[in-house]
Design a protein. Sequence first.
Lengths: 327, 405
Amino acid sequence: MAVHEKITIAKAINASLRASMDADPKVLVMGEDVGKLGGVFRVTDGLQKDFGEDRVIDTPLAESGIVGTAIGLALRGYRPVVEIQFDGFVFPAYDQIVTQLAKMHARALGKIKVPVVIRIPYAGGIGAVEHHSESPEALFAHVAGLKIVTPSNSSDAYWMLQQAIAGDDPVIYFEPKRRYHDKSRLDTESIPDPLHKARITQSGSDLTLAAYGPMVKVCLDVAKVAAEEGKSVEVVDLRSLSPIDFDTLQSSVQKTGRLVVVHEAPVFFGAGAEIAARITERCFYHLEAPVLRVGGFHAPYPPSRLEDEYLPGLDRVLDAVDRALAY
Amino acid sequence: MTVEGTAQRKNTRGGSKRTTAKKATPAKKASPAKARPNGRADEAEQDQLVQLLTPEGKRVEHPDYAIDLSPEELRGLYRDMVLTRKFDAEATTLQRQGELGLWASLLGQEAAQIGSARALRDDDYVFPTYREHGVAWCRGVDPTNLLGMFRGVNNGGWDPNSNNFHLYTIVIGSQTLHATGYAMGVQKDGTDSAVIAYFGDGASSQGDVAESFTFSAVYNAPVVFFCQNNQWAISEPTEKQTRVPLYQRARGFGFPGVRVDGNDVLACLAVTKAALERARTGQGPMLIEAFTYRMGAHTTSDDPTRYRGDEERVAWEAKDPILRLRTYLEAEGLVDEAFLAAIDEESEALGKRVRDAVRAMPDPDTMAIFENVYADGHALVDEERAQFAAYQASFVDADVLAEGN
């Protein structure tokens, strides 16, 4: 892998899995169609050919079974990286994730570790049928014992997955599926940021936009348009939702005085609610406006012909920026 | 294990008239795969029951499952069962005295647990439910360790790898998948260890159990599924879980299933040994249905008088696992008064040790709430721990101030 090559997020994840499997023979890849097919998004393309069926495992079509057996494999000393084919299909495994995976380390008073990584392609924007465009991250961030991360670019996709696999905690790694084929530079040589550190992707002074995963690109576009209108917008890529790097966000908001949180997931009880509450506590005397949120509605994810209206896009985020700046 | 409100469960059966000790009608060889309106064991199925020691304590042979134990081993099984029953009774008493918040008694299931667990090798791995006190005993887990979660001082707490005995699992059936995954790992490691997953008749309805059957069959994983069919899932009889005898479920998944007399410690030992041997030699999973009876309540929160009658219990009392082995040992002259007296003494000593240990069990430090949530730490846990510590310290400061005045 050449340094500084521009590659897609999907290829970066593939390279990351290869690097992890090369580095540690205990790393396994398992899921539906991850073998010969290379996954429905081809993220695991060629892995079974190179690492064999013993390490790249096509599983029966049963998500609870995938996560439950991954827990058993982890207890035996393996490091399974499981793929849930689509966000909307994770729920049969929700019980295993919440009642078993998240709590096992604590129940054993720290005497066992359960390093399972669950990769989930998530969120919308690909014109899919129902259950293929969900953003369930808040349902997992609410659960102690799990770590939740989501990259927005190829370099983060590459490094964050390896960091997740190398760690001893269960991690849910949400992959922004509509960005799978976006190309960005992959830096394989620099020392990566810590897994749970947020990053200021665009510097600004009037307002902070906090986003993650697929919405980071939207927010960067917003910052460009806002700049043309003479507004200086800072964009923070949170990268991690459990834990959230509130220190970085706090510094940003103390500088700009305004915060808009953007995510695809429904606003109600979403990540933005938690962020708004905590940033209000931390930055009360610095805030020039209430923390605003842009996200999905309290309605089922709509049929794909409506998703462009449903998803937060440039205009809806700009509208929130304007409202925040109007205070 | 639904801990809360079990006593409030509605009795939907309108009084139990069911008896498990049905008298035999002349043996008709019904097709075992045929669904019956009532999934109870009828005579044809009872023919399938592997038994090596009758309820009357008579030793019988089975064409597929032989066993040859030394007098020492036989006495050992008896001792295991008596001590396990004693420990269990002690725990029930401790719950009644308020020392434990809850207890799930294994009364009646001693043979199923001791027989199966004594078939295991040290390098085998056990995934229990929350009622496997006899299995834990055989694995060398200190009985007092089991009581922590029932007292409310931890949620498990022992090191599963010390005795290859995983934590008790309360969410019904979940552990069968962990066992299967663990067995897949054993297979990858190329060792000849085996894994055993315990579960019950209620759990057999769980999707996780079905998925564990599928995964273990597909990967030919070295796992034995040991189902203790104790006839009752809290208030629901087995016919609310299945229309076919549970052991027959295995066939549809592509591996053998067998029903064993769960109150016959010799049969449970012989069948489990054979199943483990299959697993070790690459022949894949097997399902054992140990046909037994939950003599007590589901847990100390339960009230079985609301849903089942005494006659059933009385019928099963005649099949008591400890009594039948004792009858056999005495008839064969394998035990004497001195041996039985020594077991009684040991039993009393165990009871006292358990009582003392539970009463001396300290409450955990408050800050234990924040411990081991993550292996590698978590910023939010650190923040909340610090905030809570500061909050608590504020009370200490107030006390100090008050004293100062």
